[in-house]
Design a protein around this ligand. Structure first.
Ligand SMILES: [Mn+2]
Length: 338
């Protein structure tokens, strides 16, 4: 990282309040790792830090939470933060993110690899948004530039974030920085913890959801639309895992994996192979400006169910299956022209 950017970071941090709240909008290994490394950086610079995560801990993230005792280190984001807390945002750059549920925020530090909102930088904030595979790579680069010592757990978590977001360096977004930072982090990290957090057993429900995905598939003009059916909040990121896998399907250019979460929310994971398809724009147009976001090749959306479904979700199994079939048709219609 350029010396002047590092210097600017020091200056911005010195102007921040004593307590910095690092916010995690989407629970995934990249966000957790980024937050853990940024915490070490800010503590090294004399700040006290609280890491807050929004939403629940998914089943896939549970392994990481257990291995690194994150229940102890991370706090659940409350409805409101004390006004004197300075906000730092990692692995996201949306200032009005519905997932946070605390309204519009004014973060002084933003480190992200999603193209989304462009937050303007001024003398009092430090914004780093770059097209790399993982936010952890950017935060680790900053940590090494500042000479921040990283303990075994923090370094391993950073490496996990990189390998998760780059799909073990197979994703198109993967850059030289991701590979370098992974190697640098694992010099301090622990291979056995790394493996345990990557190769945890998958619950039977994961394969049930796969069955629904295969049963509901619709393929039209390069667009594959599938549904995981009714799932719980904790099972939500099974969808991303399934989506990454389905992108190997021959002829698929745009992939939409959706499900109904806890009978309340409509959740979408989208993937594309085509740089012509501006995924973020497509998703925002279909699902609403504040409900969707995307990197170049991957994105997602979350919408209250009532906003997307024209009928009430019934209670009997027959009516629920009927509801699902209606939504399958609606989704095919919405993506017909994309
Ligand atoms: Mn990420």
């Amino acid at each position: 990282m350029e010396a002047e950017r590092v210097e600017k970071f020091r200056q911005v941090v010195s102007k921040c309040g004593d307590t910095i709240a690092i916010l995690i909008a989407q629970g995934d290994p990249d966000a957790y790792g980024s937050a853990a490394i940024l915490r070490k950086i800010l503590e090294h610079l004399g700040k006290s830090v609280i890491v807050y995560y929004a939403g629940t801990v998914s089943q896939l993230n549970r392994a990481m939470f257990n291995i690194f005792s994150l229940e102890r280190d991370f706090d659940h984001l409350p409805k409101q933060l004390p006004p004197h807390f300075t906000i730092a945002l990692v692995d996201s750059s949306m200032v009005d993110d519905n997932r946070l549920g605390i309204g519009v925020i004014d973060p002084k530090i933003v480190i992200d690899h999603h193209r989304g909102d462009k937050i303007p930088e001024n003398d009092d904030n430090w914004i780093l948004i770059r097209d790399v595979g993982s936010a952890c790579s950017l935060v680790a680069d900053l940590a090494f530039a500042l000479g921040v010592p990283l303990d075994k757990d923090t370094a391993t978590m950073g490496a996990l974030g990189i390998s998760n977001d780059t799909d073990s360096f197979e994703a198109k977004e993967t850059t030289d920085l991701d590979r370098k930072m992974f190697a640098a982090l694992m010099e301090h990290g622990e291979q056995s913890d790394f493996m345990e957090a990557r190769k945890y057993p998958l619950p039977a429900r994961y394969y049930d959801i796969w069955k629904s995905v295969l049963d509901t598939q619709r393929f039209q003009q390069g667009t594959l639309i599938v549904s995981g059916g009714f799932i719980s909040e904790k099972e939500k990121d099974f969808l991303a895992r399934i989506a990454n896998n389905l992108m190997r399907w021959e002829g698929v250019e745009l992939l939409i994996v959706w499900a109904i979460v806890d009978d309340k929310k409509f959740v979408v994971k989208a993937r594309t192979h085509s740089a012509q398809k501006l995924l973020g724009e497509i998703l925002k147009r279909i699902f609403g400006q504040n409900n969707a976001g995307a990197k170049t090749w991957a994105g997602g959306a979350e919408v209250p169910l009532a906003e997307i479904a024209p009928v009430e979700l019934g209670t009997t199994e027959t009516s629920r299956q009927h509801f699902l079939r209606i939504l399958i048709e609606i989704m095919c219609y919405k993506f017909d022209k994309e």
